[in-house]
Design a binder for this molecule. Structure first.
Ligand SMILES: *[C@@H]1O[C@H](CO)[C@@H](O)[C@H](O)[C@H]1NC(C)=O
Ligand SMILES: *[C@@H]1O[C@H](CO)[C@@H](O)[C@H](O)[C@H]1NC(C)=O
Ligand SMILES: *[C@@H]1O[C@H](CO)[C@@H](O)[C@H](O)[C@H]1NC(C)=O
Ligand SMILES: *[C@@H]1O[C@H](CO)[C@@H](O)[C@H](O)[C@H]1NC(C)=O
Ligand SMILES: *[C@@H]1O[C@H](CO)[C@@H](O)[C@H](O)[C@H]1NC(C)=O
Ligand SMILES: *[C@@H]1O[C@H](CO)[C@@H](O)[C@H](O)[C@H]1NC(C)=O
Ligand SMILES: *[C@@H]1O[C@H](CO)[C@@H](O)[C@H](O)[C@H]1NC(C)=O
Length: 440
C-alpha cells in the first residue's frame, strides 16, 4: 500500500470499502497566487442555489475519514518573576539550549490526559533529546512555569483553545503541564462532547477546553472526525454556532493556519454566502489565503461586537511550521523529518515552506480592534518552532491503522512532521501564554 501521491503528501489507504486518508504535510506549496480576490460570481437565481445545494449535500454526505493532519526548561538562573517586564526583551528571538536538568516540564508517559497522536515515547521513539531543550530568549528569560500559580489564575475561570489539531496539540500540552500538580485523580476530569473537549481542575473550578473549529468560521470541516480535506467550503457570514461555545470564556486562544495552505497547486477555497433557508445562498471560489481573510474579517467583527473587554483576554497562536521537506535544511526530502534528533542551529533560519505572512495578515485585522480597547495578543512561536525539525512524531504515534514495516520504511508517505511530540515544542508556546497571563 504505497502512497501514490508523494508530492501532495497524501496517502489513501483502502480498507474495506472506506477510503481512509492520511494527510500529513501542508508544507510545500507556498501560495503563488496573489492576494487579490478572484471571485467566480455564481449566477444569482434558482440555478445557482440548486448548484450550491447540490454541492453542499455532496459534501455533507461524503464521509471521508481522515486522520486529519491529525491524526495528531526550568530556567537556569531565572528569578521567580523572570525578566518579563523588561520591554527590551522579545521572547520570539532567542535560541534553543540543551538542558537535561530542568527539561522536560512533565513526564509524558505519566500524563493521564496525553493524546496517543503525540505520545512519541509511548509509541516507540527511543531518542529523548527532543524533550530536553529549553527556549532561551536573547537578553531575558521566560518566566518560570508554575502550574499552581496558573491554576490559581484560572480559579473560577474558563480558558478555551479554538482551532485545529495543532491547537489541540497545544491544549494537550497545557493539560499535561498542569495535571502533574494535581496528584489526586478524583480532582481532575476530561469530558469529550463532540467538538468540545473539556479538562477541569475541580478543586480550582478551573476549566481548560479545546474546541474544534479549524477554519474559524462555520465550514464543511466542522466535524472533528469526519471531514473532507480537499474540498473545503467556508460560510463567510456564519460564526455564531462556534462563537456560542466560547463567548463566555475568560481566555481564548485561537489558531488557524494549516487549513488555509494548499495541498495541491490548484486547490481553492469555496466560500458560501447567505443561506439555503433564506433562499440567497451563493457560492464563490477563491485563493485559499483570500478565504483566510474572509474568516478573519468575520471573527474580528464578531469579537468587536460581542467581547467584553473587561473580562476576556484573547490570544492568537502563530503559524506552526511543518518539517515535511528535508531539503529545507539540507536533508533528503524522501526522509522528511524522520531520525532528526537535534534542532537547526543556524540563527535566523526560516524554512522556505513556512508562510510568515498569514500571521502578519491576522495581526493587521486584529489591530482594527484596538480603538475599541480589545487587544489580541499574538503568540509568535513560528521561528522558534521552525528550528525544531527534531520535534515531530514521524512514525512514532498512534495511527488510524497501525503502520506496516514497509510503511515505516517509507517516511515520505507516512511520517507525521506536522504535529509535535509531547513533552516538546508546544510546552514553550504555553510558557509564552503563561508569561502573558501571569506576568504581563
Ligand atoms: C520581536 O521580534 C520579531 C522579529 O524580529 C518582530 O517581528 C516583532 O515585532 C518583535 N516584537 C516586539 C514586541 O518587539
Ligand atoms: C545531561 O547532559 C550532560 C551533557 O550532555 C551529560 O553529561 C549528562 O550525563 C546528562 N545527564 C543526564 C541525567 O542525562
Ligand atoms: C466556576 O467557573 C465557572 C467558569 O468556568 C464560573 O462561571 C462559575 O461561576 C464558577 N463557580 C463558582 C462557584 O465560582
Ligand atoms: C454537550 O454539548 C451540548 C451542546 O453542544 C450540550 O447541550 C450538552 O449538555 C453537552 N453534554 C454534556 C454531557 O456536557
Ligand atoms: C470596563 O471597565 C471600565 C473601567 O473599569 C468601566 O468604566 C466600564 O464600564 C467597564 N465596561 C463594562 C462593559 O463593564
Ligand atoms: C532511521 O533510523 C533507523 C534506526 O536507526 C534506521 O533503521 C533507518 O534506516 C533510518 N531511516 C532513515 C530514513 O534514515
Ligand atoms: C514573528 O516573529 C518573526 C521572527 O521570529 C517575524 O519575522 C514576524 O514578523 C513576527 N510576526 C508577527 C505577526 O509579529
Amino acid at each position: 500500500m504505497r502512497c501514490p501521491h508523494r508530492r501532495e503528501d497524501r496517502c489513501t489507504i483502502k480498507e474495506g470499502s472506506q477510503a481512509k486518508k492520511h494527510i500529513f504535510s501542508e508544507g510545500r506549496m507556498k501560495s503563488e497566487a496573489s492576494h487579490k480576490m478572484t471571485v467566480l460570481h455564481a449566477p444569482v437565481g434558482v440555478r445557482s442555489i440548486v448548484t450550491s445545494l447540490v454541492a453542499f449535500f455532496i459534501l455533507a454526505s461524503s464521509i471521508v475519514f481522515l486522520l486529519e493532519e491529525q491524526v495528531q526548561m526550568a530556567v537556569r538562573g531565572t528569578t521567580e518573576e523572570g525578566d518579563a517586564s523588561n520591554e527590551e526583551c522579545n521572547w520570539s528571538r532567542g535560541r534553543w539550549v540543551y538542558d537535561n536538568v530542568s527539561r522536560p516540564l512533565y513526564n509524558g508517559l505519566k500524563c493521564a490526559f496525553i493524546f496517543p497522536e503525540v505520545a512519541c515515547d509511548k509509541y516507540g521513539r527511543k531518542d529523548v533529546m527532543y524533550q530536553h531543550w529549553r527556549w532561551q530568549p536573547h537578553g531575558c528569560d521566560l518566566p518560570r512555569f508554575d502550574a499552581i500559580k496558573l491554576l490559581e489564575k484560572l480559579r473560577n475561570k474558563r480558558l478555551v483553545f479554538v482551532g485545529d489539531s495543532v491547537n489541540r496539540n497545544q491544549w494537550v500540552s497545557l493539560v499535561c503541564m498542569v495535571e502533574a500538580s494535581i496528584p489526586d485523580d478524583r480532582l481532575k476530569i476530561r469530558i469529550f462532547n463532540g467538538s468540545l473537549i473539556s479538562f477541569k481542575a475541580l478543586e480550582y473550578n478551573a476549566t481548560i477546553d479545546f474546541y474544534w473549529s479549524p477554519l474559524l468560521v462555520e465550514s464543511n470541516s466542522d466535524n472533528p472526525i469526519i471531514h473532507r480535506v480537499e474540498y473545503r467550503i467556508i460560510r463567510a457570514d456564519r460564526i455564531e454556532k462556534h462563537a456560542s461555545v466560547w463567548r463566555d470564556a475568560d481566555i481564548i486562544v485561537f489558531n488557524s493556519y494549516l487549513w488555509w495552505r494548499k495541498q495541491k497547486d490548484d486547490m481553492r477555497m469555496k466560500v458560501m454566502y447567505g443561506s439555503f433557508e433564506d433562499g440567497d445562498a451563493k457560492l464563490d471560489e477563491m485563493e485559499m489565503v483570500d478565504g483566510f481573510e474572509i474568516a478573519l474579517k468575520k471573527l474580528t467583527e464578531w469579537l468587536g461586537e460581542n467581547i467584553d473587554k473587561n473580562k476576556t483576554k484573547i490570544f492568537f497562536a502563530g503559524s506552526s511550521p511543518t518539517h515535511s521537506w528535508a531539503s529545507n535544511w539540507g536533508g533528503d526530502d524522501k526522509n522528511k523529518c524522520l531520525n532528526e534528533t537535534e534542532p537547526i542551529y543556524k540563527t535566523g533560519y526560516k524554512a522556505a515552506t513556512t508562510d510568515y505572512s498569514l500571521m502578519a495578515t491576522a495581526k493587521s485585522y486584529f489591530r482594527t480592534l484596538e480603538p475599541k480597547g480589545i487587544h489580541v495578543q499574538i503568540l509568535n512561536i513560528t521561528e522558534l518552532s521552525d528550528y525544531r525539525k527534531d520535534g515531530h512524531p514521524t512514525v512514532f504515534r498512534k495511527q488510524f491503522v497501525p503502520l506496516t514495516k514497509e510503511q515505516i520504511a517509507d517516511p515520505a508517505s507516512y511520517a507525521d512532521c506536522t504535529h509535535w511530540c509531547l513533552p516538546g515544542v508546544p510546552d514553550v508556546w504555553n510558557e509564552f501564554l503563561y508569561g502573558y497571563l501571569v506576568h504581563k
